[in-house]
Design a protein around this ligand. Structure first.
Ligand SMILES: C[S@@+](CC[C@H](N)C(=O)[O-])C[C@H]1O[C@@H](n2cnc3c(N)ncnc32)[C@H](O)[C@@H]1O
Length: 330
């Protein structure tokens, strides 16, 4: 089986460099693992992209750390990135699942997959993944296209809109205004959303003020978009679903799933806070008359959310003209 071909965009800008990185990563994965389990390769590259070294020295340190680490240790580094992701974005737990799951299954990735993941991470670093600002390109779109065999990509109609075409289309439609909703019914890895966010930034507006709703029948593409949401800083009002936008009630399902995972995260945080209080009180749960911070006891509120904690969108429901339920989840 041969990997799919992607047309390399012209010029030496971020999209070309993203293709170069994607090609290097796909080569490393195929050499080390062969086709299959492409979600591990995508997950590895997304995790490396999440690490944002502040300068060249930090980049060199990361390269050396990965080079000297065993494949199992590289797996730990990648899993740690995903733990941080889930902590910050429990609202995206369902869409991100295909990229996260390989690291947290009962058995974890095979030895061969871990070795190939290490090689893929090294290829991403060597090809310059950190020379591309995450806002400026879709790394995962070209990588997903390359990872899929030609026939598979053809069957799925999965040739994502080239970034230059997406930018031209956004030039015709205009960038969203603050508070608006954007609905993408066949999102792929989100190239159109990135172009819209870029157009907003060029006009001095913040993409995090928009409600982004997107669906695709391909869970892996939606997983890549869930990673891109963080890389592109699309903000807290994001609803992603897997389904057929022509027939499915995807919005209702995605809202229910999101509510469930956010509730679960809140419960976990409350339990952790209670465990910390119990430990601080010398191994016993604090009684109602305990003094100091421990006195808050079982009715203490859940800890404050991370800065990027999600909010339930309070914006017109895409495609239905209604309103999304306004609800404070944290
Ligand atoms: C040509 S790609 C375009 C992706 C993206 N909009 C872009 O501009 O890069 C088409 C995407 O639509 C998805 N798709 C096709 N039929 C669909 C349907 N009925 N519902 C949701 N997604 C669909 C495919 O999985 C694929 O990711």
């Amino acid at each position: 089986m041969s990997p799919a071909k992607t047309a390399r965009p012209p010029g030496g800008g971020p999209h070309t460099r993203a293709h170069t990185v994607a090609e290097a990563c796909a080569d490393a994965w195929f050499r080390g693992h062969g086709s299959g389990q492409v979600e591990i390769a995508l997950s590895t590259v997304a995790a490396v992209a999440f690490i944002r070294p502040p300068d060249a020295d930090a980049h060199t340190l990361i390269e050396r750390t990965i080079a000297e680490a065993s494949p199992g240790q590289v797996g730990e580094i990648i899993a740690a990135q995903w733990r941080m992701y889930l902590n910050a974005r429990p609202d995206l737990a369902n869409p991100i699942y295909p990229l996260m799951a390989p690291w947290f299954g009962e058995h974890g990735p095979s030895t061969i997959a871990l070795k190939a993941a290490k090689a893929t991470a090294q290829a991403a670093l060597k090809a310059g993944i950190h020379t591309i600002h995450p806002h400026d390109a879709d790394l995962l779109g070209p990588l997903l296209t390359l990872m899929r065999t030609g026939r598979e990509a053809q069957a799925r109609g999965q040739y994502y809109t080239p970034a230059s075409v997406a930018t031209m289309m956004v030039g015709l439609t205009g960038a969203p205004r603050e508070g608006e909703s954007v609905h993408e019914p066949a999102c792929g890895t989100g190239g159109m959303l990135r172009a819209l966010a870029e157009a907003m930034r060029l006009e001095g507006r913040d993409p995090a003020t928009v409600t982004w709703a997107a669906v695709d029948i391909d869970p892996l593409a939606v997983g890549c978009l869930a990673a891109n949401v963080v890389l592109w800083e699309l903000g807290p009002r994001v609803l992603l679903g897997v389904g057929n936008s022509l027939t499915d009630e995807w919005i209702t399902d995605a809202q229910a799933q999101r509510r469930e995972t956010v509730e679960l995260a809140r419960t976990v945080r409350t339990v952790r806070a209670m465990q910390a209080l119990t430990t601080a009180a010398g191994g016993h749960a604090p009684g109602p008359f305990a003094e100091g911070p421990a006195a808050a006891g079982p009715s203490s509120p859940a800890p404050a959310p991370a800065a990027s904690a999600p909010q339930e969108p309070n914006a017109p429901e895409p495609g239905a003209g209604g309103t999304w339920e306004a609800e404070t989840l944290f």
